[in-house]
Design a protein around this ligand. Structure first.
Ligand code: PPS
Ligand code: ADP
Length: 383
C-alpha cells in the first residue's frame, strides 16, 4: 500500500488547498467544513477521480478517506492529471478539527497536516472585493509592508492602498475586523508558468453569461468535449451543478445571486490558477458581480462570453418549463421576466443564435468561436 502510493505521489500533480483560501470559497461558512469538502469534491471531479457529493460524506474525515481511495486507484491510470494529490496544509484555526483525524487515514493518502513554519503576523484579510473597492483606515497596513516581501504570484495583483505601492502583493490589512482569525497567505512554490509548461496550456476563466435557455450549458459542455479531444484540460462549472452543492444554501434574491457568483468566481480562479481552462456557465445577471470576478482572475485571463439570445427565443425554447411557470407567477424573480439581466458592456466574445447571414449557429460552431479566441490569445499553448 505504502509502496504503491509512493509511486503515485512521485508522478502526481499537487495542489494546495490552504486554509487561507477558505476566505474565498467558504467565507460565509462559519463552520468551515462545507467549503473545504466541496473543494475536494470539485477537484476530484476535475481530475477525473471518483467524485462523491460532499453532503453524503462527513466533511474532511470522509473526503480524506475518499481521497485515499482515489489516490490509490489512480495509480493504474495513464493520465498524469488523474494522479492529482492534495496536500492539505492547515493553519492553526483548523488544527483542532484536523487533528481529530486518525493518523492511519492520513498517512497512506499523502495528506500532510502541519502548522505554518513562518512566524504568524496578526493580519486580517477582508473580503477581497471590499479590499479592492474600499479604503483602509488609519493604522492599517498591508502584509507587504509588514513583511517587506514581494511576490510574483499571479493572483497577487493590484496595489496596496495603504502604502500605494504599485504591484504590491495581495492586499492584507492588519486592522481590526469582525473575524478573529490570524491569516497569512503562503505563496505556492510552483508557479503558473511551471504548470503551463507541463500542461501545455495556460489556465483561464471562460465566463459564459446569458438568460436561462440562451444555450450557456450547451456551449460550455461542447467546449469541454472539443478541448478534451485536443488533449487540453478543461472543466465546466455549471450553475445547476454548483447550486446543488457549493451554493445549495442560496436562492435567487439579488444578495444570494451576488454570493453565488462570488463563490463560483473564487472557485474558478483557483481552477485557473491550477492551469485548467475553466468554463463557467451562470446567468450572472449583474454586471457588477461579473466585473468583481474579473478582478480576482489574473489580468487578461478572464474571458467574458455573452450569449446574446433574445428573451423571446429563450422563452420559446423553455427547455425546463420555467418561463411558463414564471409567466404564471409560480416562480418569482425569474431573470428576464420579473428580475433584471444586465448585458455586458464590453465582453470579449458575443455569441448570437444566428450568424450574419441569418443562419442558425450550432452549439459546436459557438464553442469553436470561443476556442478560436483562446488559441489566438495563447491559452492553448505552452508559451
Ligand atoms: N428565479 C430564477 N431566475 C433564474 N433562474 C432560475 C430561477 N429559479 C430557478 N432558476 C434556475 O436556476 C438556474 C440559474 O442559476 P444560476 O446560478 O446560473 O443563476 S445566477 O447566476 O445566480 O443568477 C437556471 O438555469 P439555466 O436555465 O441553466 O440558466 C434556472 O434553471
Ligand atoms: N445553438 C443552439 N441552437 C438551438 N438550440 C440550442 C442551441 N444551444 C442550446 N439550445 C437549446 O436551448 C435549450 C437551452 O439550452 P441550455 O444550454 O440549457 O441553456 P442555458 O444553460 O443557458 O439555460 C436546450 O434545449 C438546448 O438544446
Amino acid at each position: 500500500m505504502r509502496e504503491q502510493n509512493k509511486s503515485v505521489i512521485f508522478f502526481c500533480r499537487t495542489l494546495f488547498l490552504d486554509g487561507m483560501q477558505r476566505n474565498g470559497t467558504d467565507e460565509t461558512d462559519k463552520d468551515g467544513r462545507g467549503g473545504v469538502s466541496m473543494a475536494f469534491s470539485l477537484l476530484h471531479s476535475a481530475a477525473g477521480l471518483s467524485a462523491h457529493t460532499s453532503r453524503r460524506l462527513h466533511p474532511l474525515r470522509d473526503t480524506v478517506a475518499d481521497h485515499s481511495h482515489a489516490t490509490t486507484s489512480s495509480s493504474s491510470s495513464s493520465s498524469a492529471f488523474s494522479s492529482l494529490s492534495f496536500l492539505c496544509k492547515s493553519h492553526s484555526s483548523r488544527l483542532p478539527r484536523l487533528s481529530a483525524l486518525r493518523p492511519e487515514l492520513l498517512l497512506p493518502c499523502s495528506v500532510q497536516i502541519q502548522e505554518s513554519q513562518r512566524p504568524t503576523v496578526p493580519t486580517v484579510r477582508r473580503n477581497r472585493f471590499e479590499e479592492e473597492l474600499g479604503t483602509y483606515s488609519k493604522g492599517e497596513r498591508c502584509l507587504d509592508t509588514i513583511q517587506g516581501k514581494n511576490s510574483n504570484s499571479s493572483r497577487n495583483r493590484g496595489y496596496c492602498r495603504c502604502c500605494s505601492r504599485a504591484g504590491a502583493t495581495r492586499v492584507i490589512c492588519s486592522g481590526s475586523s469582525s473575524s478573529s482569525s490570524s491569516l497569512q497567505w503562503q505563496d505556492s512554490l510552483v508557479t503558473m508558468e511551471d504548470r503551463r509548461r507541463i500542461l501545455q496550456q495556460k489556465g483561464c476563466v471562460v465566463w459564459i453569461t446569458g438568460l436561462s435557455g440562451s444555450g450557456k450549458s450547451t456551449v460550455a459542455f461542447a467546449m469541454d468535449r472539443i478541448l478534451n479531444s485536443m488533449s487540453k484540460v478543461s472543466y465546466v462549472l455549471d450553475g445547476d451543478k454548483i447550486r446543488e452543492g457549493l451554493c445549495n444554501d442560496l436562492g435567487f434574491s439579488e444578495k444570494d445571486r451576488q454570493e453565488n457568483i462570488r463563490r463560483v468566481g473564487e472557485t474558478a480562479a483557483l481552477f485557473a490558477d491550477a492551469g485548467l481552462i475553466t468554463v463557467v456557465s451562470f446567468i450572472s445577471p449583474y454586471r457588477r458581480d461579473r466585473d468583481r470576478v474579473r478582478q480576482v482572475v489574473p489580468v487578461g485571463s478572464f474571458i467574458e462570453v455573452f450569449m446574446d439570445v433574445p428573451l423571446d427565443v429563450c422563452e420559446k425554447r423553455d427547455a425546463k418549463g420555467l418561463y411558463k411557470l414564471a409567466r404564471q407567477g409560480v416562480i418569482k424573480a425569474f431573470t428576464g421576466i420579473d428580475d433584471p439581466y444586465e448585458k455586458p458592456v464590453n465582453p470579449e466574445i458575443v455569441i448570437r443564435a444566428v450568424n450574419e447571414h441569418g443562419v442558425c449557429v450550432t452549439p459546436d460552431e459557438m464553442a469553436q468561436i470561443i476556442i478560436h479566441h483562446l488559441t489566438s490569445k495563447g491559452f492553448l499553448a505552452a508559451e
